[in-house]
Write a protein that binds this ligand. Structure first.
Ligand code: ADP
Ligand code: ADP
Ligand code: MG
Length: 675
């Protein structure tokens, strides 16, 4: 076994690899960019080397710099994690040339599977069903268009080199094909340096089911069963589970065998995943599954497989195989036990189309729970930057049954406290609690289909938040010594005592766009809370500095109130609301009346401008295309109107909140967008 392993990655996956390597007695070597000085993976490793600036091209994607560190540190092997260089055949080759073991498959296997066009051809040769479509070599617009017409709309245009859901466009009808092709190909070129695409039949309600495979250098290839990753947004997974619920044994077996066949075509060595989509509308039992792609690396969601196949540590297997040892188990020795579910907590705003958000994790608490595993790369005080993937943590739970695993996960998620960037935590809790999810009635349209319900369930009701904030303000023991030295002085009391009777104390909060005044008055041992909607008689308690309980008749509200300056972050069961106390000088809410202005939702680059000043646009018309985090965001007209000003041109950088375009009311004076 190796004695020194370099981990060419960051975040949770670097931490995950370090954990196993350390258990195996291997010395771990981390690399980091300037944005990751003092990051968790840097602290966890035995040694750490700076590789460059925040920009990935000059740090985590720099083959040269990583190999230089490997040589300098005497690393015998490099684990690439996922993302970054993990599926880069040139890197794998360069490692071999440098005499360092690349923990992963051969460069030729990576190369073959890195192209969805070639991978599909290989799967077809192996007799494995693929999604009907065009994976030919010609990339002429005419050929692609003709293929789409022949497949029949809707079709899916996919980047051949794609990953992470990028460079993928669903096209509803022929007239939209050209634009979608340009956009997919441009995004693919920017993200992967390869604009080639393939066209597939769009499967309306597919389940995403994938099979974990593993090969060794002795010719053994096994599978470790399946995972269902159908809950997705932006074609990217947010909830994963193993095994796939409701899969018949026949289908499970057929998919496992098909996955092995695909892996065999490229003499696969190491951990890999063969992804399929299963058409819910197709015949049950053994039909209706199609090969999608193969990921030639460890997958983000590998922990659910580890949890349901006893005593398997996939990173340990990777290292054993990379060191030339045979797989520890043969197929018949690998059994499926229990159930596991994982969610990915991302710094992103589910209210704004799941756009990534950034910022410092001012407060971060993960619960400890025997049946729950937490894989994270951050700690309180760390910052989620726009340079890297905005995943904060993966929370994985197990249970004897699916419903137990879900229940365990729900409970743990509700105990998580995050203050800083917006996160999808409440949305994930809403997904797990949704009756269709609980019934296993899930396909890739799930988020879209139930969006309104899920969003509503993610919101913490304003009244509950105001009640807890009111109780907190009334009861929290603040040290007022600076203002009143006498500890027994009535002037230290915060209960509205005035020397001539009690008066309500008014707390003026800003709650999002609105002002909310909460008046607090004592009534015997109880509090009378006057809220914008009603008055409540509450008996309250504050413990541990911020655990708040409010009993209103038969109902009890429990939560946490975390104070940050004038902010009162109210957290109840994983949902959050921030109330900002109006300080003596703070202005009242302005109301975000942005009129006809259109602002950048995040820091980005302008890649396309669709309009110029004077143009008349209809509501929903694309105005500008931004690119950030390798994804395109289309800025559309919120109403009919006339473009007054376009502030940016292609190639320019825009800051979050920057005004991009100004729209005037339509020239004919109609209000527009009134439906
Ligand atoms: P998975 O099914 O394992 O999520 P994906 O193809 O979606 O597979 O990508 C794996 C992960 O790697 C994703 O979380 C993605 O955001 C991340 N990733 C992919 N490419 C990069 C990159 N160049 N830099 C950083 N992270 C990346
Ligand atoms: P990536 O490399 O980005 O992971 P995949 O080919 O694995 O791309 O597809 C990602 C997701 O996109 C799938 O899980 C599925 O939800 C959706 N998808 C891909 N191809 C199709 C298709 N032909 N029809 C419907 N949905 C699809
Ligand atoms: Mg995929």
């Amino acid at each position: 076994m190796f004695r020194r392993l370099l981990i060419a990655n960051r975040g949770e996956i670097a931490c995950r690899v370090i954990r196993t390597a350390r258990d195996m007695g291997i010395r771990t070597i981390a690399v980091y960019s300037d944005a990751d000085t003092g990051a968790r993976h840097v602290d966890m490793a035995d040694e750490a080397y700076r590789i460059g600036p925040a920009l990935v091209a000059d740090s985590y994607l720099s083959v040269e710099r990583i190999l230089a560190v490997a040589r300098e540190s005497g690393a015998e092997a490099i684990h690439p994690g996922y993302g970054f260089l993990s599926e880069n055949a040139e890197f794998a080759e360069a490692c071999t040339v440098a005499g360092i073991v690349f923990v992963g498959p051969s460069p030729s296997a990576i190369r073959a599977m890195g192209s969805k066009i070639e991978a599909k051809t290989l799967a077809q040769e192996a007799g494995v069903p693929v999604v009907p479509g065009y994976n030919g070599l010609s990339q002429g617009r005419g050929d692609l268009k003709a293929a789409a017409d022949e497949i029949g709309y809707p079709v899916m245009i996919k980047a051949s080199a794609g990953g992470g859901g990028r460079g993928m466009r669903m096209v509803r009808e022929a007239s939209l094909f050209d634009d979608a092709l340009d956009s997919a190909s441009r995004e693919a070129k920017a993200a992967f340096g390869d604009g080639r695409v393939l066209i597939e039949k769009f499967i309306a309600r597919p389940r995403h089911i994938e099979v974990q495979v593993f090969g060794d250098t002795h010719g053994n290839i096994v599978h470790l069963f399946d995972r269902d990753c159908s809950v997705q947004r932006r074609h990217q997974k947010i909830v994963e589970e193993a095994p796939a619920p409701g899969l018949s044994e026949a289908l499970r077996k057929a998919m496992g065998e098909a996955a092995i066949e695909v892996a065999r075509r490229v003499d696969y060595v190491g951990a890999g995943t063969v992804e399929f989509i299963v058409d819910r509308d197709a015949v049950p039992d053994d039909g209706g599954f199609y090969f999608l792609e193969m990921n030639t690396r460890l997958q983000v969601e590998h922990p659910v497989t580890e949890m349901v196949t006893t005593a398997v540590d996939l990173v340990e297997w990777q290292l054993l195989v990379a060191a030339g040892e045979p797989l520890p188990f043969q197929q018949k020795g690998i059994r499926l036990y229990q159930h596991a579910v994982e969610v990915r907590i991302y710094a992103e705003d589910y209210r704004r189309d799941f756009l990534p958000s950034t910022g410092r994790l001012d407060h971060l608490v993960f619960p400890g729970h025997r049946l729950v595993r937490i894989d994270t790369g951050v700690r309180e005080g760390d910052t989620v930057t726009r340079h890297y993937d905005p995943m904060i943590a993966k929370i994985i739970s197990e249970g004897r049954t699916r419903s137990q695993a879900i229940a365990n996960l729900q409970r743990s998620l509700m105990e998580i406290e995050i203050i800083g960037p917006a996160t999808n935590l409440p949305f994930l809790i809403a997904v797990l609690g949704h009756p269709s999810f609980q019934d296993g009635d899930v396909d890739t349209t799930f988020v879209h289909l139930h969006r309104a319900e899920l969003m509503a369930a993610s919101e913490l009701p304003g009244t509950d938040a105001q009640i807890l904030a009111g109780v907190y303000e009334a009861l929290v023991d603040r040290d007022c010594a600076g203002q009143e030295p006498d500890p027994y002085s009535p002037w230290r009391r915060r209960d509205g005592w005035r020397g001539f009777g009690r008066a309500p104390v008014l707390h003026q909060f800003r709650d999002g766009e609105n002002d909310a005044t909460v008046s607090v008055e004592w009534d015997g041992d109880a509090l009378l809370l006057g809220l914008p909607d009603d008055t409540y008689r509450v008996s309250g308690k504050v413990t541990d500095g911020g655990t708040v309980q409010a009993i209103l008749g038969r109902r009890t509200i429990k939560g946490r109130v975390i104070e940050r300056g004038l902010e009162r972050h109210v957290l109840i069961d994983g949902r959050a609301r921030c109330l900002v106390l109006r300080g003596p000088d703070a202005p009242f809410a302005q109301g975000e009346a942005s009129g006809g202005k259109l602002t950048a939702p995040l820091p980005a680059a302008v890649v396309r401008v669709h309009v110029e000043a004077g143009a008349t646009v209809a509501r929903g018309a694309p105005l500008m295309v931004l690119e950030a985090m390798k994804m395109e965001h289309v800025i559309t007209a919120p109403s009919d109107g006339v473009v007054a000003v376009v502030h940016f041109a292609v190639g320019q950088q825009v800051d979050e909140g920057a005004e991009l375009v100004v729209l005037d009311a339509p020239a004919d004076g109609s209000t527009g967008g009134a439906e």
